[in-house]
Design a protein around this ligand. Structure first.
Ligand SMILES: *Cc1c(COP(=O)(O)O)cnc(C)c1O
Length: 340
């Protein structure tokens, strides 16, 4: 049965050309820097993000968790938004792996202001935790793929830095932001000490993320990659696919954004939907009318019609576009929603 997968941009399958790139890859041991595609990928991503060095990791979660561990000491506090992936979807990693406290800030559409950062940095004191790290997400996932204005993103990072904090950018969908704004990823990451991009989201690869930062930061990251069991061997079978995606799957993210916008516009005309949040990238977030079925029931009825979406609140659904959905899938989604 063909499913119309709007659940997540992680649901893509590697294309034939991508699989071929994996088959053709020259291979070696990444731990000895002897795997050519992996070496090339790390150099390219470091360059794209304006950083000195980079490391290939199995997942975005590992990028975030290693970055937190490198930037902090146990007992430190991390400033981020309450809807951050590090809080809602990393299994308590910051507490379990780094022993840090989180300072979650409630914000509109995932974006912090420099004033909010200033207000949450604690004065140095033997009584309080040490404010040590700021983390921002570009785009902001649970805020419906909201894109931070690049100036605001960097202003927030500079505010944190001026208070002595390190800064980390969760770039699971940073390339969506690059395409949405037309501003290169390195500009988004300019005032951040570390940043990463995902290959399993919009870029359509089966595995991988690349974390970038200073040479010293990446040396520390490599130590944790090994300690936590993330060091692999002939990663070229994976990174060759990532290189293929960098060459062929970035510009096409604009198609995902167009499709998301058109889905948002069509959904806004349905009586079941009370609000379509602004669509700025490849995520459409909608609120359901209080009189109709709730989000879980709506998702269940959509699934019966071979359409998947994510429940992100009692009356809120998330719809994500990607490489493996097109106009026909959008038609199926709208038709299924209309029936409900
Ligand atoms: C998906 C995602 C991650 C984690 O990436 P994985 O590769 O799934 O571990 C981190 N942050 C954000 C914003 C994400 O959307």
């Amino acid at each position: 049965m063909h499913m119309h997968e709007f659940y997540s941009d992680t649901q893509t399958r590697p294309t034939q050309a991508m699989r071929q790139a994996a088959l053709d890859a020259p291979l070696g041991d990444e731990r000895h820097d002897a795997d050519p595609p992996t070496t090339e990928l790390c150099a390219r991503v470091a360059d794209m993000l304006g950083m000195e060095a980079a490391v290939f990791l199995p997942s975005g979660t590992m990028c975030n968790e290693i970055a937190i561990a490198v930037h902090t000491r146990p007992g430190d506090e991390v400033i981020c938004t309450r809807e951050s992936h590090i809080i809602f979807a990393e299994s308590g990693g910051p507490a379990a792996l780094s022993g840090v406290m989180m300072c979650p800030i409630d914000v509109e559409r995932g974006l912090l202001t420099p004033e909010q950062v200033r207000a949450h940095v604690r004065p140095a004191s033997a009584h309080a935790p040490r404010s040590r790290l700021l983390i921002a997400e570009q785009t902001a996932n649970l805020a419906g793929g909201a894109v931070w204005p690049v100036a605001q993103l960097n202003a927030v990072a500079r505010e944190a830095k001026s208070a002595g904090l390190a800064t980390h950018l969760d770039g699971a969908r940073l390339l969506n932001a690059q395409v949405a704004t037309g501003i290169p990823a390195a500009e988004h990451a300019r005032d951040f000490d570390s940043a990463w991009i995902a290959f399993t989201k919009g870029l359509g690869c089966p595995v991988g993320a690349v974390l970038a930062g200073s040479r010293d930061f990446i040396a520390d990251a490599w130590l944790l990659k090994r300690r936590w069991g993330g060091a692999m061997r002939q990663t070229g079978v994976l990174t060759a696919m990532c290189l293929y995606a960098l060459d062929h799957h970035i510009d096409r993210l604009a198609e995902d954004h167009d499709l998301a916008r058109s889905i948002g516009a069509r959904l806004s005309e349905l009586p079941a939907i009370s609000k379509v949040h602004p669509v700025e990238s490849n995520i459409v977030m909608v609120d359901l009318n209080a009189t109709g079925p709730d989000a879980r029931e709506t998702a269940r009825r959509l699934r019966e019609q071979q359409v998947t979406v994510t429940v992100v609140g009692a009356r809120r659904l998330r719809i994500v576009t990607h490489l493996d959905v097109g106009a026909a899938d959008a038609d199926a989604l709208i038709a299924a929603m209309r029936k409900i």
